[in-house]
Design a protein around this ligand. Structure first.
Ligand code: SF4
Ligand code: SF4
Length: 495
């Protein structure tokens, strides 16, 4: 088999393949019959565990700030009360979504679409401006990996201690440390799963059900599913999720350009790299400013070497920039050998101000304009939203019938949905045909955030309309209020 495997891989993959994939001449293994050019290459690359070293610095502080912020919101939100109910609740069974004062029905799906469009446009905009900000600071995979790594460090120690422990033979100390770490991981993971389910099922009742061991089977399933997914992804998979599973890493390059801020190694300044004493003059030794300490590799959560250039595995977390600055400080060299910069900035040795001026380029302006318009449209639509929804369903059993008084009658079912927090009274009227009257009770009462099915009968004097299907409208209006909805349907006149 003479597959030109390495040449068909991207640069990053090829590096990995060169490191770990054995290439065995088939000729040697199978005798002279095989061609001397034939090689057999394994597609499988054994996973090499990454042991990120602790790092501190401005980017690390930002990441921890985002960890705190996102987790306070995630774990805290389901416990907030709004009046007599949970402030944020996606009640799938009742088909109602509560967002503080907003009550949404499935008919409000457009707002979810709007939210997704805003999220996607924000992602495009921030990626064009500053690369993988989402990945490096706010993505749940990054956030939970950071939390799980923190636990791991507290129990097993920093990088060298963890490496020693994993390499050590089985012992009671190793067993206790591993067991304790997994116990803590599982507790965090299950609490995360419980919180997740608390967005779909009232969290206080869920907590009581848990304490009384009477949680529903679906709730148990989702707590375990989400919890174990967190445990697996943040505890074991870690950088592999970013490298192999996340689709975003694959299409990010389409959003980058030469003016996108990315974490880069200043090769002109750093090369040729090499160790030297602290007092040595690098120019006298014909060396660059990189002392080849490999700390930037040791802190990298995806285990890559930023000095090899931009790689798709880089999540833009800035850990390498933080640690390199500490090395530069110790040596008395200027900071920023590894820094956030742009390709143009690096190439033309631009100042920060020059790079920032390029931030307002056409691509960014277009993304910003579209994002602003969508946000405005969404805000306007929410502001003028009618807190009343109506669905009309025709009675399929009897399309039309003759009733007392020689009238032709059509029957409908109206679902009236009250999207306010108060009980409302609504008046139903119908129009569209001369002589059309509503023969059922025109008023209905619907409780707060509830919906109600109302049977409605429309009658028409027999012979007053030609045979066929005629458009009619139901008007439902709030009594003493302004909410008003008009829904179309048809009135059938049989031949
Ligand atoms: S941390 Fe800085 S000095 Fe050390 S190897 Fe990386 S780039 Fe070179
Ligand atoms: S190369 Fe640097 S910025 Fe990229 S993932 Fe590794 S540590 Fe983070």
């Amino acid at each position: 088999m003479s597959e030109p495997l390495l040449s068909s891989h991207k640069a990053g993959k090829a590096r990995e393949a060169r490191k770990v994939i054995p290439i065995q001449p088939v000729a040697a293994a199978q005798g002279a019959a095989a061609g001397a050019q034939d090689v057999e290459v394994s597609l499988y690359a054994a996973h090499q565990k990454v042991y990120p070293r602790t790092v501190s610095g401005p980017f690390s502080n930002w990441r921890w700030a985002l960890v705190w912020l996102t987790q306070i919101v995630f774990y805290g939100l389901p416990w907030l009360e709004w009046g007599q109910r949970q402030a944020v609740l996606f009640d799938l069974a009742a088909r109602r979504f509560y967002l503080f004062g907003l009550v949404l029905y499935p008919q409000d799906f457009i707002y979810l679409t709007g939210l997704l469009v805003i999220s996607a446009l924000s992602l495009f905009l921030f990626t064009a401006l500053a690369g993988r900000l989402w990945c490096g600071y706010a993505c749940p995979q990054t956030v939970y990996t950071e939390i799980f790594l923190w636990i791991e460090r507290k129990v097993e120690g920093d990088r060298s201690a963890r490496l020693r422990l994993d390499g050590a033979a089985f012992s009671l100390e190793k067993l206790v440390k591993k067991w304790f770490k997994h116990l803590l991981w599982l507790m965090v993971a299950l609490w995360t799963g419980f919180t997740f389910v608390g967005y779909f099922s009232p969290v206080r009742e869920l907590g009581m059900d848990f304490l009384q061991t009477r949680m529903g089977s679906w709730e148990v399933f989702w707590v375990l599913f989400y919890g174990l997914a967190t445990y697996g992804n943040a505890g074991f998979m870690r950088e592999q999720v970013c490298k192999y599973m996340c689709p975003y890493a694959r299409f990010q390059s389409a959003m980058f350009d030469a003016d996108t801020m990315i974490v880069s190694y200043d090769e002109t300044r750093g090369e040729p790299r090499g160790a030297r004493s602290r007092s040595a003059d690098p120019r006298a030794l014909a060396l660059g400013e990189c002392v080849d300490c490999t700390l930037c590799v040791q802190v990298c959560p995806t285990g890559i070497d930023i000095r090899q250039g931009l790689q798709y595995e880089c999540i833009g977390c800035g850990a390498c920039a933080d640690v390199c600055d500490t090395v530069m400080d110790k040596l008395g060299y200027p900071r920023g050998l590894v820094r956030y910069t742009t390709q143009n900035g690096m190439q033309h040795r631009w100042s920060r101000a020059q790079m920032l001026r390029r931030a307002l380029r056409p691509r960014v302006l277009v993304y910003s304009a579209i994002l602003g318009l969508v946000c405005l449209a969404m805000a306007f639509s929410l502001a003028v939203r009618t807190p009343l929804k109506v669905d009309v369903v025709r009675d399929r059993v009897a399309l039309a019938r003759i009733v007392e008084g020689g009238k032709l009658e059509n029957v409908y079912r109206l679902q009236v949905m009250n999207a306010t927090e108060q009980t409302q009274h609504y008046r139903i009227t119908a129009r569209g045909l001369p002589g059309l009257v509503l023969a059922s009770d025109p008023e209905t009462r619907v409780g707060p955030a509830e919906s109600r099915w109302v049977a409605v009968r429309l009658q028409l004097p027999y012979g007053s309309a030609a045979a066929g299907s005629h458009a009619v409208h139901f008007d439902v209006a709030e009594v003493g209020g302004t909410a008003h909805v008009s829904e179309k349907s048809v009135f059938i006149v049989p031949r």
